[in-house]
Design a protein around this ligand. Structure first.
Ligand SMILES: Nc1ncnc2c1ncn2[C@@H]1O[C@H](COP(=O)(O)OP(=O)(O)O)[C@@H](O)[C@H]1O
Ligand SMILES: [Mg+2]
Length: 284
């Protein structure tokens, strides 16, 4: 029996369902293949022992496909820091810890992340120069085999009795974990405020504080990350422009311009260093 509504996302509404379960009822425009893929990816994540809601089956309810899953009792990170802003830093830190923990896993049956990102860059509605700069940066970056959540943001993290849990594994893939970190940092920076919320300097400061605290929280747990994550920002910021519902594209364009200037400066530094080494006969 369908009970109270537990939450609403972009693809579905989630309700309580019987004893200890929840039902994710998808909007009618979501293709069945997409739902089946979310189900099989979630299954693989459950099997690997990653903190996640257990999924049971796909059924039809009210003429729509739905996933029956474990009900997680608790507040999402977003709900918690909206209801008590003073908890924001500790929520973000717990989120960064969960994210770093997820990245320690490898689940080889997940699809690779890199081809998806490449496609998103190729189809991004931005000037050619931006697409090309993003593609050049992307091609220089190393691939990886870590579990990447692919949509790790404050509404997809829930604090349960058994600890922090990541929801919504529809976009998960295997790839370089630092791309997944850059995704989350950019979500703080580029997402539109939820409908009905008025943007204000307080919200802006809060978002920036959350972004920095998330990154610093993650860097504390993985010291190599600090030098790696930045490189993913340009390719991902360009990929983000495909989603103009969730992403504030004006902000994204401003950021992309800045990142391109930085890329050019870094390129110059790299080639000057390489030339000097050659002239001095120093091995790189
Ligand atoms: N298993 C669950 N138990 C409790 N609440 C959930 C569960 N799954 C989702 N929710 C709630 O529903 C919201 C949307 O779910 P989500 O799976 O992220 O949907 P979408 O894929 O549409 O974004 C979450 O932010 C959370 O508040
Ligand atoms: Mg979601």
């Amino acid at each position: 029996m369908k009970g109270e509504m537990l939450g609403r996302g972009r693809t579905a509404e989630i309700f309580a369902w019987g004893e200890g379960k929840a039902i994710k009822i998808f909007h009618s425009d979501v293709p069945l293949g997409v739902i089946e893929l979310e189900f099989s990816k979630s299954r693989a994540i459950n099997r690997a022992g990653i903190p996640s809601a257990y999924v049971f089956e796909i059924i039809q309810v009210e003429g729509k496909p739905a996933i029956i899953c474990e009900r997680i009792v608790g507040e999402t990170a977003l709900q918690r820091f909206v209801s008590s802003p003073g908890t924001m830093l500790s929520c973000v830190k717990a989120g960064a810890e969960l994210h770093a923990r997820i990245h320690k896993y490898q689940v080889m049956e997940l699809p690779p992340f890199a081809p998806e990102l490449e496609k998103a860059i190729r189809t991004a509605p931005v000037p050619v120069a931006m697409r090309e700069a993003a593609m050049r940066a992307f091609r220089r970056l190393p691939d990886g085999n870590s579990v990447c959540h692919g949509d790790f943001h404050a509404d997809n993290v829930i604090f349960a009795d058994r600890g922090a849990i990541a929801l919504d594994w529809s976009s998960c893939a295997r790839g370089n974990p630092y791309a997944d970190v850059a995704f989350t940092a950019l979500s703080f920076q580029l997402s539109r405020v939820p409908p009905g919320t008025k943007n204000s300097p307080v919200i802006e400061i809060g978002r920036e504080a959350a972004r920095v605290a998330y990154l610093e929280g993650y860097y504390k747990l993985d010291r190599r990350a600090r030098n790696q994550v930045e490189g993913w920002m340009l390719p991902l910021a360009v990929a983000f422009t495909n989603d103009d519902v969730r992403v504030d594209t004006h902000r994204a364009f401003d950021l992309i311009r800045l990142l391109m200037i930085r890329e050019r400066v870094e390129q110059k530094v790299r080639s000057t260093l390489a030339r000097s080494r050659l002239l001095l006969g120093v091995r790189p």
